[in-house]
Write a protein that binds this ligand. Structure first.
Ligand SMILES: [Zn+2]
Length: 356
């Protein structure tokens, strides 16, 4: 019993001393300039193992051993190590990212200055949709759009919004309803016709892909229960039909204006068979009423539909607000897009597209 008490006392003393800074005082006692330097050197130098690796790689003369670089320390043990870029590793700030060394190699190879590399990493590397192939564009886009958040810079550049519409275009590879993003940079061939088109239940002259047509029926019936009547005015449109429409708008308004509200052939979501334009026959002023739109905003996602061109997002979708245009993406994705309050374009880049 006595011994135990004594032990307890010793522990208490040790704990007390360490927390009141005994070690601090020990260091401070020898706090001459020389000692300080030694401590710094000791702190910043590489481990024996690292030094061995540095010697093995024969890069000792290229670096400053007294100036510790965590990035270099990581690089020398990485399979991506490239001796041409040793000074880049030494100068690059460390970020906890499994591709860090690969990214540095790529940027160095492209002639990116080390301060630019650090700025790119500092601002953008943390985001899940960071794409090294677009890294330099993030930087230049951020200079021109300083009010955007860094996350939005990454997403917008990935979506090609730093380039003029209809440039750098890509063909849609997967036409399933979650994966098919059609916008001013992504198109389907003019000969593309979706399979499984099905007439809509209350207007058989219009067709959608079967899953979307079934969802449309549920949606219209759901609205009916709340006293709202919706009827489709357009659903699937062929590229030839789209061309006719677009050309007529260009004749009327010119290319620039027509592009704000009409898609060029191949670039219309209607060609996918997942979209429908709605009309409320009881509302004469426009296609749908403000209260219809409120209902859509609060309910469409429950049936797998999203508002594809919402107001306030024109700079992302490339189109003025279309409160009547719904796109089918399935219930899960529709709910996420609704809850996150983002566009399909953003959702696609953040959660569907593969980066790097
Ligand atoms: Zn439409």
């Amino acid at each position: 019993m006595k011994l135990k008490k004594k032990n307890l006392l010793i522990i208490t003393i040790i704990l007390g001393l360490s927390s009141t800074g005994v070690f601090y005082f020990t260091t401070k006692d020898n706090n001459t300039a020389d000692n300080n330097k030694k401590i710094t050197e000791k702190k910043s130098s590489y481990t024996k193992e690292s030094i061995k690796q540095i010697e093995k790689l024969n890069i000792k003369d290229k670096i400053d051993l007294n100036k510790y670089s965590k990035t270099l320390d990581k690089a020398i043990f990485s399979e991506d190590f490239d001796r041409d870029y040793v000074t880049y590793y030494e100068g690059a700030k460390y970020y906890d990212n499994k591709n860090l060394i690969k990214y540095i190699n790529k940027l160095a190879k492209d002639g990116t200055a080390i301060n630019e590399i650090n700025e790119i990493f500092d601002k953008f590397i943390e985001f899940s949709n960071f794409d090294i192939n677009n890294a330099k564009r993030y930087l230049s886009y951020s200079f021109k759009n300083s009010s955007y958040k860094n996350q939005d810079i990454v997403t917008r550049v990935n979506l090609s919004l730093d380039k003029p519409y209809y440039t750098d275009t890509k063909k849609v590879e997967d036409d399933s309803y979650i994966y098919a993003l059609v916008n001013k940079y992504n198109y389907v061939s003019t000969s593309y016709v979706p399979s499984n088109l099905k007439p809509l239940f209350n207007i058989s002259s219009l067709k959608m892909v079967d899953v979307a047509a079934d969802a449309y029926k549920e949606f219209v019936e759901g609205a009916k229960k709340d006293g709202i009547t919706f009827i489709g005015t357009t659903a699937y449109r062929s590229a030839a039909w789209q061309k006719q429409l677009y050309d007529s708008y260009v004749n009327k308004d010119g290319v620039e204006k027509a592009d704000t509200y009409s898609a060029r052939p191949g670039y219309s979501e209607h060609q996918l068979g997942y979209s429908v334009d709605l009309n409320d026959p009881n509302y004469k002023e426009k296609r749908i009423s403000p209260s219809d739109y409120e209902w859509i905003k609060n309910n469409a996602y429950k049936y797998g539909f999203i508002i594809r061109f919402p107001g306030g997002k024109e700079d992302i979708t490339g189109y003025q607000e279309e409160n009547w245009h719904l796109r089918y993406v399935g219930k899960d994705v529709a709910k996420e897009i609704h809850d996150l309050n983002i566009t399909f374009d953003e959702y696609y880049d953040l959660y569907i597209a593969k980066h790097n």
